[in-house]
Unconditional design. Structure first.
Length: 515
């Protein structure tokens, strides 16, 4: 991993330019120091360690180029030259010393500064790119390392074709710099072997050669090279080609990976969709089960409430019967009367169990029903609790329309909506507690008079695990599963809005469900 540039020394005698560069880099969270003379620069360098120097060549008290030659290791202290001097010989000499770039200050200063920022961002990239140079000249290999390593490239060298091919088998590279005149195998043969290996078919190759006849250039390019450079080459041109082909390779590689990913998705789209559908189906089944378990607790409380009165009556009948027997006033007529009452109460107990058992029975097939039937089943379950809590429920049936659906699931939804209305009415301790039901064909609405849902949460109430009743054991699954049942299982809509009275929930089934 490359160490990121952080501390930057700006050596520029123009205070305006120096300040603009410093401000720009400071805004990008770089730590900058400013020197306006060669003497100031040397003082800074004596007492501080910098990651990068931005250097003007002509300073009031000396030449900036002399400063470059005095820096011990340019691989640690990187240099960008920013100057108005057009001197090609000096320019090439400085690249040999390992400067990062030689930027001419033109009329558009911000363009030059943007180029500096671009270089810094490239150097601060997390991953270093690897380059292999195969050349029998140790001098050229050393020069290449000198000018590329300050740019955060990892440079490996090989002096023979055999050594180079071995390194290509052992490691992955982002660019190959290849000499044509090698001592063991000619560069054209290396190109041929390279392109036969599928691992290296797209590896960019920059060829170096001491001769540059049209025939040689044609042979090189036709055998798979990407570019050609004649020795001795201009260092800046070499750097530009390296940067260009590295960038091209990385973009091509990213494009190939994205293409492969798209091809995989295209080929396996059906299976992937089925897998996701199955995962979502399993998730919904789990959530549905959790929701049903949460409601079971409420159901048991309702059963207990509905059983309390008939059990008490049976107990009272048994006490009366026992007393009459002790008083020897127990006769056939009284026995028949008490027996009839006990049978009536036990029938009520049995019917209650059947009602709740049917509620939890899973639907296997759709059946013909309507909202009036569903309402009557729900009210038989919950009415005793509503009466106990002094909640008035009013049902206005405008029209009735049959449809096919999983009836028990709609019963669960309506029961959940009414139970939520009951909870909020009790929680807010509304004086005249009311729940209004309207049935109009394929529309069923449930409205309470508890004042409505706060605006900041009304868009969240159908989200899984979102609950306003966490302190009372709310799971946050009731409304989520209700919406899932209506919209996924019954192909309808479940929505909510606030009215002048309170919250209004509407179940709307579509015409395609008509019988």
């Amino acid at each position: 991993m490359a160490s990121k540039l952080k501390k930057i020394l700006i050596i520029e005698d123009s205070k305006t330019i120096n300040n603009i560069i410093s401000k720009t880099l400071s805004n990008l969270d770089f730590e900058t120091s400013q020197a306006f003379t060669l003497a100031q620069a040397k003082e800074f360098l004596t007492s501080n360690k910098y990651d990068l120097i931005i250097l003007d060549l002509h300073l009031p008290d000396g030449e900036g180029s002399n400063l470059i030659s005095s820096i011990k290791s340019l691989t640690k202290t990187k240099v960008i030259v920013l100057t108005s001097t057009h001197n090609n010989d000096l320019r090439e000499e400085l690249f040999e010393f390992g400067i990062l770039d030689y930027i001419i200050k033109d009329k558009n200063l911000m363009y030059s500064i943007n180029e500096i920022v671009k270089i810094i961002n490239t150097l601060n990239h997390v991953n270093k790119n690897k380059i292999l140079i195969i050349d029998d000249s140790k001098i050229i290999c050393m020069q290449v390392k000198t000018i590329l390593e300050p740019r955060n490239y990892i440079v490996h060298t090989a002096y023979t074709s055999k050594e180079g091919m071995l390194k290509l088998r052992e490691e992955s590279y982002d660019l190959l710099v290849l000499d044509m005149e090698l001592p063991d195998i000619h560069g054209l043969k290396v190109l041929e072997l390279l392109r036969k290996d599928k691992r290296h078919k797209s590896l960019p190759v920059l060829v170096l050669s001491g001769t540059s006849t049209p025939q040689i250039i044609r042979d090189v390019l036709k055998n798979g090279a990407n570019d050609f450079l004649k020795k001795p080459f201009v260092f800046e041109e070499f750097i530009l080609k390296i940067d260009l082909w590295i960038d091209y390779f990385l973009k091509t590689k990213a494009l190939e990976e994205k293409t492969q990913e798209l091809q995989y998705l295209n080929t396996n789209l059906g299976n992937l969709v089925m897998q996701e559908v199955e995962k979502n189906s399993k998730k919904d089944k789990i959530l549905f089960q959790q929701s049903r378990h949460a409601q079971m607790g409420e159901m048991i409380a309702m059963i207990a409430h509905q059983w309390r009165q008939p059990l008490s009556a049976i107990n009272s009948a048994a006490v009366v019967m026992e007393q009459k027997i002790k008083m020897k006033k127990f006769n056939d007529e009284l026995a028949k009367d008490i027996s009839a009452k006990i049978q009536k109460y036990t029938t009520h107990l049995s019917d209650t169990i059947d009602d709740f058992r049917n509620f939890f029975k899973p639907n296997k097939e759709q059946q013909t029903t309507n909202f009036q039937i569903i309402y009557e089943k729900v009210i038989s379950l919950i009415e005793p609790t509503l009466v106990k809590n002094n909640i008035k429920i009013d049902c206005n049936i405008i029209s009735v329309k049959d449809f096919e659906t999983f009836e028990n699931e709609l019963v669960q939804v309506l029961l959940n909506l009414i139970k939520n209305a009951e909870d909020i009415l009790m929680q807010k301790d509304i004086k005249d507690k009311q729940i209004s039901i309207i049935i109009d064909g394929l529309l069923l609405s449930v409205e309470d008079n508890a004042g409505g849902i706060p605006i900041d949460i009304i868009d969240k109430i159908f989200d899984p695990y979102f609950s306003t009743k966490t302190k009372k054991g709310g799971t946050g699954l009731g409304l989520y599963m209700s919406k899932t049942i209506i919209e996924d299982h019954c192909c309808g809509e479940l929505n909510v809005q606030n009215t002048k009275n309170g919250a209004l929930f509407q179940i709307i089934l579509k015409d395609i469900l008509d019988v």
